[in-house]
Design a binder for this molecule. Structure first.
Ligand code: PLP
Length: 394
């Protein structure tokens, strides 16, 4: 057996551990006394048009075609619908032949990293970051360089980034809106990042890629804009997923978009196809490919998340907790009320509050609260958050 795979398979992620604990605890003390904020599972149902489209497809399309293999890189009509939508919405050049359909953002990332990295390469990312980035980069034989972000804003700390590049840097990996901080990178952050990537690519005489992980692109509040990165830096690979925007995480559908204006774009796209093939990620789920082709521009009702955010962030600030303003996704990244976030989470458990320590996200001293839960559960949990703060003298 492969020892590394054994290790990965035998150790559950911290989030999963907490989720399992929550289920057990609910049986012991009653579900109404457990406030599980551990998992990023959308709490808003998919838009009605998703169900209607699936029913229509099932009733009208010939079954062997509907459930059959598509091209390895995905159905052309689907790739065309996506390319047209991106061009229409973000005013950037697109091409269906630079889109590769995948099983969600996780597959988009592992394929893109495999396509770009060689053994010993480095991939720079910014803490806090999605915990699986470590697993994904290690699997392709690359090293994840984890950089702290500006502690006041969780935007990129450019002084740190400048020093982090090396001849081994293959890519910079960003995630905005961010899991777990909820922060959206401003246009000025993106412009500085693009300029620095140009400069460092010149300095090291190589193409340094920008990989952008975007499952939360549409989950933004208060009119905040999420810059479309191919418009700022040509060597960009977009990793997209419908898991959160259409509330379909179990259906495993997303895509990779290679900017047709990237250097050696055709070679890069063919490497993506090769990585998809090598990893066994060919022909993403056919029924869902056909559904997304007809539902471009549709998003779940994000107003529910926005009011959850306002309710929870407002109350927590009143009780003396601090968190950076989350403009997107459905997470709050809150400063723990003691140095050790693990100890703080254990204390929170005594009040039925299941929170995730920030350590695995590369950021000690914080906890993640996933507010993709019912508004009613948030309201019921508030007295517990208040009592917990009072225990720390707030
Ligand atoms: N990237 C980030 C930042 C995420 O939060 C997630 C899932 O929560 C993923 C990737 C994986 O998404 P998917 O379920 O579409 O594979």
């Amino acid at each position: 057996m492969n020892e590394r795979m054994y290790e990965l398979g035998s150790k559950r992620s911290v989030i999963r551990e907490i989720f399992e604990f929550g289920k057990k605890r609910a049986q012991e003390v009653g579900a109404d006394k457990v406030f599980d904020f551990s998992l990023g599972n959308p709490s808003v149902k998919p838009p009605q048009i998703v169900e209607d489209t699936l029913v229509e497809l099932l009733q009208t399309e010939e079954a062997t075609a509907l459930h059959g293999y598509t091209s390895a890189q995905g159905d052309y009509a689907t790739r065309k619908a996506i390319a047209d939508y991106i061009a229409r919405t973000h005013h950037v050049e697109t091409d269906p032949d630079y889109i590769y359909m995948t099983c969600g953002a996780a597959a988009s990332l592992t394929i893109s990293l495999s396509a770009i990295c060689n053994r010993g390469d480095e991939v720079i990312t910014f803490a806090p970051f999605f915990t699986e980035y470590r697993v994904f980069t290690q699997t392709v034989g690359a090293k994840l360089i984890e950089l702290a972000s500006d502690p006041d804003t969780f935007q990129i700390d450019f002084a740190l980034l400048e020093r982090a590049f090396s001849a081994k840097t293959a890519a910079v990996l960003v995630n905005s809106p961010n899991n777990p901080s909820g922060v959206v990178y401003s246009e000025s952050t993106i412009q500085r990042l693009a300029a620095l990537l140009e400069e460092k690519s010149r300095q090291y005489n190589k193409t340094i890629y920008l990989i952008t992980d975007e499952p939360y692109r549409e989950l933004v509040y208060g009119g905040v804009k999420v810059p479309y990165l191919t418009a700022y830096y040509k060597n960009t690979v977009v990793c997209y997923s419908y898991s959160k925007s259409l509330s379909l995480p179990g259906e495993r559908i997303g895509y990779i978009f290679v900017n047709p204006q990237a250097e050696n774009a055709k070679k890069l796209y063919l490497s993506v196809c090769g990585a998809g093939r090598a990893l066994g990620y060919v022909c993403a789920p056919s029924l869902f490919q056909k559904m997304v082709a007809r539902c471009q521009g549709v998003t779940s009702d994000v107003s529910v998340y926005e009011s959850n955010r306002d309710l929870l962030a407002g109350a927590l600030r009143q009780y003396g907790y601090a968190c950076v303003q989350p403009d997107g996704a459905f997470y709050l990244f809150v400063k723990a009320l003691e140095e050790d976030a693990n100890a703080f989470c254990e204390r929170a458990k005594q009040y039925g509050l299941l929170l995730v320590p920030g350590d695995d996200f590369g950021c000690k001293g914080y906890v993640r609260i996933a507010y993709c839960v019912s508004p009613e559960m948030i309201s019921r949990s508030l007295p517990s958050f208040k009592k917990l703060a009072e225990e720390y003298g707030r």
